[in-house]
Design a binder for this molecule. Structure first.
Ligand code: FES
Ligand SMILES: [Fe+2]
Length: 378
């Protein structure tokens, strides 16, 4: 059947090769991940000067650290001498400096070149000019967001705006006090699927009745196929039987103090393009960061965030972690299964979106428009 003559119930998806083609992925890296605000790390991982993380942002490795004055800094993870990767570890801590293991050029935590063999015999070298290359940094929701563009887009519009748009209210997310929460559990998933499949999956709940038995038990309206993201400002209500957002509906933890009556016993979900999902429930927050690595591979770091006394007190978070861990596994299995079909001749023209998935079409329009716009801008 030709997809050009779709009945009104259906709209077309992107064609299959946009999920498999290395050249298309390279365009996304260059024009999306390297141009937009990208959520790099949780800020409290950098809890003292010299602690660092390295993350993949588009085609670049980015080094994020905390400098001596307490501010977060981010740099391209490359030595200015002959280009060696500066830090090969994913995370770690240096005392005072980053030293390149090749010829020992040494950079301060603020990125300045502080030492190099025979540097005194090269008095014409400016230590700032030959320091690490900085990238833009913002902190919000307890996370460090970086932007590799020379002129970053408006953080307010693109990041805070996306959250406000979904929740229907700019302040609604502040009630969860995400920057004051702590990581109770982190699971990193190596997903053999294109990043867009993961976003699309997260945006819809047409699959919920089929693959998420535990989730639909707690959130019965999800069995009807409409995701929280189908609406604006809508939180999916817990079932009457569910005491908490846990794998067996058992009691959760204490409600986060700022969470309102209206937000209590509800689940809200937000996608911040291009790579963040935030899930809000009264007693914890589940925060996903995607790191697209290749057309068919995405690393997903998922944090379960709880009140500090829950983490410090060693309270049992197992049943709340288990619920969304299962959801993640069920979702990523579905994404991997879908990735297998993307290269098929049967999907060359793409597939279709049913009405409860039509809002995914907006994501596709956004993607194509953004790519075209960025490419036109060079
Ligand atoms: S490449 Fe880093 S010091 Fe030479
Ligand atoms: Fe799902």
């Amino acid at each position: 059947m030709s997809l050009t003559s779709l009945p009104p119930s259906l709209i077309a998806t992107l064609p299959g090769d946009t999920y498999t083609d290395a050249a298309f992925f390279a365009r996304e890296q260059q024009h999306l991940f390297e141009r937009m605000w990208f959520c790099a790390v949780r800020a409290d991982e950098l809890d003292k000067p010299g602690r660092f993380r390295t993350v993949q942002v588009g085609r670049e490795s980015v080094l994020v650290t905390r400098s001596r004055d307490g501010s977060v800094r981010a740099f391209l993870n490359i030595c200015r001498h002959r280009g060696a990767r500066l830090c090969t570890q994913e995370s770690g801590e240096v005392k005072r400096n980053f030293q390149c293991p090749y010829h020992a050029w040494t950079y301060g935590l603020d990125g300045k070149l502080v030492a190099a063999p025979n540097l005194t015999s090269m008095p014409d070298i400016d230590r700032g000019t030959y320091g690490l290359i900085s990238v833009h940094v913002r902190e919000w929701l307890g996370h460090v967001w970086v932007c590799l563009a020379e002129e970053p887009p408006s953080f307010e519009e693109e990041v805070a705006g996306a959250v406000a748009e979904r929740l229907g209210d700019r302040e609604a997310i502040d009630h969860y006090g995400i920057d004051g929460l702590q990581v109770g559990r982190r699971v990193t998933y190596d997903v053999r699927a294109n990043w867009k499949l993961i976003i699309e999956n997260f945006m819809e709940c047409y699959h919920c009745a089929t693959i998420h038995p535990e989730l639909t038990e707690v959130l019965p309206e999800f069995a009807d196929g409409l995701a929280a993201q189908y609406y604006v400002g809508h939180g999916a209500e817990f079932s009457e039987e569910a005491k908490g957002f846990t794998v067996d509906g058992s009691e959760g933890l204490d409600r986060i103090p700022g969470v309102t009556e209206e937000q209590d016993r509800r689940y809200y979900a937000i996608t911040v393009r291009p790579q963040v999902f935030v899930n809000l429930v009264p007693d914890h927050v589940i925060f996903h960061r995607m790191y697209p690595m290749a057309a068919d591979r995405t690393m997903v770091e998922c944090d379960w965030l709880y009140l500090p006394d829950v983490v410090a007190g060693g309270k049992d978070v197992e049943r709340s972690v288990e619920l969304f861990h299962r959801v993640n596994q069920q979702d990523f299995d579905a994404c991997e299964r879908t990735q297998l079909g993307m290269g098929s001749r049967g999907y060359a023209a793409g597939g279709v979106l049913v009405p409860s998935e039509h809002h995914i079409g907006e994501f596709h329009t956004w993607l194509q428009t953004r790519l075209a716009k960025e490419e036109a801008a060079g």
